[in-house]
Design a protein around this ligand. Structure first.
Ligand SMILES: Nc1ncnc2c1ncn2[C@@H]1O[C@H](COP(=O)(O)OP(=O)(O)OP(=O)(O)O)[C@@H](O)[C@H]1O
Ligand SMILES: [Mg+2]
Length: 251
């Protein structure tokens, strides 16, 4: 947070980004997309459209072949490993394939995100219990994640992503294995995090969670944006920290 750009309204900026997997799978093609701090953005599109690849580019799990990827004002292509690690502490990711530690308890899996930011053990416990309560998993605190159903594992993945109160939350198919009622719990939690200031990007097939949304919906097809506005509409922004900047809105 030491340059003007770091404090800019825009937290995610992709400029003409392309990613091709060997030999010729064009996963992301010439995508430009900006996200304001405090937005919720839905990234939609059919299987293979490039949603996960975009999330991976934002966390530098993958690097683009072309174009610029900026997160919190930092060009990921130029960040040292150390600085990237520091930035990652402020990005919560709920992966499509969960990536939970199977032999550790639910609480231990969730604590990881907070331990890296040196959160007090008592705060970790309180926050973990609160999040599990919100997700209907209060009774699974001590359960090894290997013993959970897929829908339960999915919720733990989301709990871990939000627990450290990151500025940016990336969720990949957060409701893929959930029934309607549990989907509502997850969406309510994400909305709660958003109201506290987090920016949230949700990659999803699940039309039920964005059909009636007031937030931006971007549709990808074969790696390209084919629907939705790739620049933020400031009027939809929930951004209490920077509301004084709205006079400079560029729309
Ligand atoms: N590591 C990889 N190596 C090679 N090809 C990959 C890799 N990851 C993704 N792809 C390919 O890139 C394209 C985009 O994949 P991606 O996972 O981003 O799609 P998606 O929109 O997330 O799909 P889904 O809805 O099924 O999760 C697909 O054709 C996929 O097969
Ligand atoms: Mg995917």
């Amino acid at each position: 947070m030491n340059s003007a750009k770091n404090e800019s309204r825009i937290i995610v900026d992709l400029v003409k980004v392309s990613k091709t997997y060997h030999p010729d799978i064009h996963a992301v093609v010439d995508v430009s997309l900006s996200v304001n701090r405090g937005e919720i953005l839905f990234l939609t599109g059919r299987s293979g459209a490039g949603k996960t690849t975009i999330l991976h580019l934002l966390n530098r799990i993958e690097s683009p072949d072309k174009g610029l990827v900026e997160v919190a004002g930092q060009d990921l292509g130029k960040l040292s490993q150390g600085k990237m690690q520091k930035l990652r502490r402020s990005i919560g990711v709920a992966y499509q394939d969960f990536k939970l530690l199977p032999n550790r308890s639910v609480a231990q899996n969730i604590a990881i995100a907070m331990e890296v930011t040196y959160t007090r053990p008592s705060t970790i416990r309180t926050r973990t219990r609160d999040i599990l309560q919100r997700l209907g998993l209060a009774d699974k605190y001590h359960t090894p994640t290997a013993e959970l159903s897929r829908g339960e594992q999915q919720r733990v993945t989301i709990a871990r992503a939000v627990a450290g109160r990151p500025q940016l939350i990336l969720t990949d198919e957060p409701t893929g294995n959930l029934d309607h009622e549990t989907t509502t719990l997850v969406m309510d939690l994400l909305s709660h995090c958003n109201k506290k200031g987090a920016t949230i990007i949700i990659a999803t097939h699940d039309e039920s969670i964005y059909r009636q949304t007031e937030h931006r919906v971007i549709e990808l097809r074969a790696g390209r944006i084919v629907n939705g506005n790739p620049v933020p509409d400031d009027s939809r922004r929930h951004d209490p920290a920077t509301t004084e900047e709205t006079d400079n809105a560029d729309t």
